[in-house]
Design a protein around this ligand. Structure first.
Ligand code: DC
Length: 230
């Protein structure tokens, strides 16, 4: 398997991680932190989504260990400029459907998938400072990160945000369905054996239920700016 990210700089000064459950606002805030600090944004969920999509399309079931490992060896993922490409195809839109929400939660629980991705994610810090966002970035991928955050919010607050996002895009949305899917994903992501979602050691815990995105951004920037320069 290979992973390419665009816009790389040599050397690395800092790794920032944001972990947390679905809908806690990690992606939007991580993107803004990256822009403010001029560093790279690593959306690890997008990688798991892209892999789940391609494996499901190839009809490789999560329990087909042998086929799965062979297929993983042939996948190339490229991230950059807000786009996600798998084996050269732009899947940026396709990976954001409710169907792929569920698929990615299932495929990401498979140890072979996580193993294939671990080193590739870690290598990204060789190309410059990054902010990585996901479910295990502060606990497993970058345990020595200079700044770690755990963002969460009540399932209801997270479901409401997803509902509003979908409505704003003009898509159909059912609040109760979204809430049930979020609760199910929390269960999958926290209950799996390999790299379950948890608060990483040394992470700053932030409940964003009653915070605006601007407030979360400011909180993170203030903490990051407290880090002494190397
Ligand atoms: O953050 P997201 O909703 O785009 O992530 C999609 C799925 O991928 C999520 O259900 C859990 C999984 N994931 C993971 O297991 N580890 C990560 N570091 C990031 C995402």
């Amino acid at each position: 398997m290979s992973l390419w990210t665009w816009a790389t700089w040599p050397g690395c000064d800092m790794v920032i991680t944001i972990d947390g459950p679905a809908g806690a606002g990690k992606s939007s805030v991580a993107k803004r932190v990256a822009r403010e600090l001029g560093i790279k944004y690593l959306d690890t969920g997008a990688i798991y989504r892209a892999i789940a999509l391609i494996l499901a399309e190839a009809e490789i079931r999560p329990d087909h260990d042998e086929y799965l490992r062979e297929a993983l060896g042939k996948i190339s993922v490229e991230l950059g400029d807000g786009k996600v490409l798998v084996n050269g195809f732009d899947v940026s839109g396709e990976i954001r459907t409710p169907e792929v929400d569920g698929l990615s939660s299932v495929y990401s629980a498979i140890p072979a998938v996580r193993e294939a991705l671990l080193g590739l994610q870690q290598e990204q810090k060789n190309y410059g400072s990054i902010i990585a966002e996901g479910r295990d970035v502060g606990s497993v991928v970058f345990p020595d990160a200079e700044a770690k955050f755990f963002l969460t919010a009540t399932p209801e607050a997270r479901a409401k945000r997803r509902f509003n996002e979908r409505r704003a895009k003009g898509e159909e949305a059912d609040y109760q369905q979204i809430l049930a899917a979020i609760i199910q994903r929390d269960k999958n992501d926290s209950g799996r054996e390999t790299a379950p979602l948890k608060v990483p050691e040394g992470a700053v815990y932030l409940d964003t239920s009653d915070m605006t995105e601007d407030e979360v951004l400011q909180f993170i920037l203030d903490k990051v700016r407290e880090i002494p320069e190397k």
